[in-house]
Design a protein around this ligand. Sequence first.
Ligand code: TYD
Length: 214
Amino acid sequence: MPSDHPWLTRLAGRFIAFEGPDGSGKTTQFRRFTSACAEAGVTVCEVREPGGTGVGERIREILLDHAHRDMTLRCEMMLYMASRAQLVEQRIRPAMAAGQLVAADRYLASTIAYQGAAGGLPVADITDVARVALQGCVPDLTLLFDVDEETSASRMNPLLDRMEAKGREYHRRVRKGYLDQARAGPDQFRIIDAARPAEEVWRSMMDSLRRRFA
Ligand code: TYD
């Protein structure tokens, strides 16, 4: 069957990150997007953070475990970044070199929004660590699924993990941290209004991508 979105083939060799607060619906859109790419004949390397490698999945367990309430903010930031360093070397760079599309469910913008804007770490400290960990491997485009706190809270699973359980005020700062990054880097980011029904969010996201790459 021919693809509904033949222009997706232009994304081969690119790196797209999906970002947004918990409950923004980005993972639903991410899954639909990777299926549409596969239908269009694009080989997609899908990665999720924290995790995406054997080492990264172990780091993920530590990060999301309620037993580690005493984890310091610097430790938390460096664990996210350590998982990402492994992901870059083991999966992202090889996939891009092979001409695949890399689609990431979260990346560096998450650390700047969560540990930086919401947690309180200076963004310069995070970008210093990112320079060492990522060695310049950054997305061609980051899609920010923006949603107000009321809508995102209503979409969250009542069984919250350690990060989701941090409360309203923390999540309000996460949202602002994302929006500030997007406004500071309009070439690298597209803001998608994710409070709307999923079908509308999908159309607006695909429009943004088509305009940028087709
Ligand atoms: P996950 O269950 O994967 O959430 P989601 O489906 O929303 O991506 O959990 C990831 C959690 O980790 C989420 O609350 C965001 C947080 N996080 C950070 O705080 N910093 C980071 O650098 C990353 C990648 C995630």
